[in-house]
Design a protein around this ligand. Structure first.
Ligand code: F6P
Length: 413
């Protein structure tokens, strides 16, 4: 059903390699079914929109080839922001500005692709529209490598980051086993409060490589003495010890093990740096052998060359489903995946009330973690494996992937 008028789409929060696939899915859904007249894109999310920064996507993406390139382009074509929309009670003028913009450009639907903090924007805008009789509906589309949004089986972007983590752990194992000297390698993986991405390291294990030998998540309080004991015990049996740790591991009092830079983002989240480095220095002093830490950092969320086919295909599908939902006038909803079966792997798409999702965090089930808090069981593998299946064949130009032109993000004017 066509919704008269135009719509606008934004991307927000930390990037993944599938957010542009969701954007491409929304655009494909709209263009194929002629759901709106014009599709605008906010540059740098809601923050950019408040500065009148937007593009006309209907004029930019005029062929399937360009939409397919967008599907395979990492991070965010539209740019991002970490911006906490103030409450209406505190800053009604912000809402007035936004809704004046919507009126001026005849915008009927606002789509926002983001994580739990971005869903707070979806909730606030949809509440304001309802309370003030505005004919603008607001739809959330999930994304995050952290996989910590409730209600949805998983989030777009997680599967590709998980594939990067599993592949990198396997490749690090190959690199580590070459020397005939004892060593410990610590791999630090993203995830402040939820260790989903670190769980994916278990998928690196093969019939010839047990790496990672130890896995530590923020869901379990980290005990330094026990950690040193665990490493020593593995070292007795094997020449090389390979460890996966979440950036957000905390002690029993909730203090991060990593050094904190002291900086916080707009949502008050601490910017973490160096759980792996901290553990490296402690183990060097304790063991006296070669110890190295590797921080996967932004590589794990921008590596389109090792994206999961399943992830990208699903991200396009969830974008198309969001376009349909928006055009039907639904509001205050986020589109979600429901897992119908593990083997054969099958998902369906449905939508759920944003109020139950915004600002909530879903963590790894404790039933997947062993008693000592340093490994995971088969349930984790059953959940994770299908999400990383399938490869993406990128087109290359001059030896590097041919991605969308994003000059509009780095030009200052
Ligand atoms: O929100 C996703 C995420 O990638 C987290 O896993 C990570 O802690 C955070 O973003 C880092 O954010 P930024 O890139 O803004 O420093």
């Amino acid at each position: 059903m066509k919704r008269e008028g135009n719509c606008i789409i934004g991307q927000s929060g930390g990037p993944t390699v599938a957010i542009n696939a969701s954007l491409s899915g929304v655009l494909q859904g709209i263009f194929e079914n002629k759901l709106y007249n014009q599709v605008y894109g906010m540059v740098n999310g809601i923050e950019g929109l408040l500065q009148d920064k937007f593009l006309n996507l209907s004029e930019i993406f005029t062929s399937q080839e360009e939409l397919d390139r967008l599907t395979q382009t990492p991070a965010m074509y539209l740019g991002s922001c970490r911006f906490k929309l103030p409450t209406c009670e505190h800053s009604e003028d912000v809402y007035e500005d936004l809704f004046n913009f919507f009126e001026k450009h005849n915008i009927r639907t606002f789509f926002y692709i983001g994580g739990n903090d971005s869903m707070d924007t979806v909730l606030k805008l949809s509440n304001y529209a309802k309370e003030n009789g505005k004919d603008v509906n607001v739809i959330g589309i999930p994304k995050t490598v952290d996989n910590d949004l409730p209600m949805t089986d998983h989030t777009p972007g997680f599967g590709s980051a998980a594939k990067y983590v599993a592949t990198s752990l396997l490749e690090i194992a190959h690199d580590t086993y070459i020397y005939n000297i004892p060593s410990v390698t610590i791999v630090e993986i993203m995830g402040r409060n939820a260790g989903w991405l670190t769980t994916a390291s278990i998928l690196a294990r093969t019939e010839y490589s047990p790496a990672p030998d130890l896995i530590y998540l923020p869901e379990v309080a980290f005990d330094m003495d026990q950690f040193i004991e665990d490493v020593k015990a593995i070292k007795e049996k094997r020449k090389n010890v390979i460890i996966a740790v979440s950036e957000g591991i905390k002690d029993c009092e909730g203090n991060y093990i990593s050094a904190s830079s002291g900086a916080v983002d707009a949502f008050g989240h601490k910017q973490l740096c160096g759980a792996g480095k901290t553990l490296e220095n402690i183990l060097k002093a304790e063991l006296g052998c070669k110890v190295r830490s590797v921080e996967l950092n932004v590589l794990q969320r921008s590596a389109s060359h090792i994206a999961s086919r399943t992830d990208l295909d699903e991200a396009v599908a969830i974008g198309k489903a969001a376009a349909k939902l928006g055009s039907e006038g639904e509001t205050a909803k986020m589109v979600c995946y429901k897992r119908v079966s593990d083997a054969p792997y099958q998902v369906e798409i449905f939508s759920y009330d944003i109020a139950a999702i915004a600002n909530q965090e879903k963590t790894v089930p404790l039933s997947w973690i062993n008693e000592r808090g340093n490994d995971l069981n088969e349930e984790a593998i059953t959940y994770l494996r299908p999400l990383i299946e399938g490869e993406v064949h990128l087109s290359f130009r001059n030896g590097v992937p041919h991605y969308c032109n994003i000059a509009h993000l780095h030009d200052r004017h």
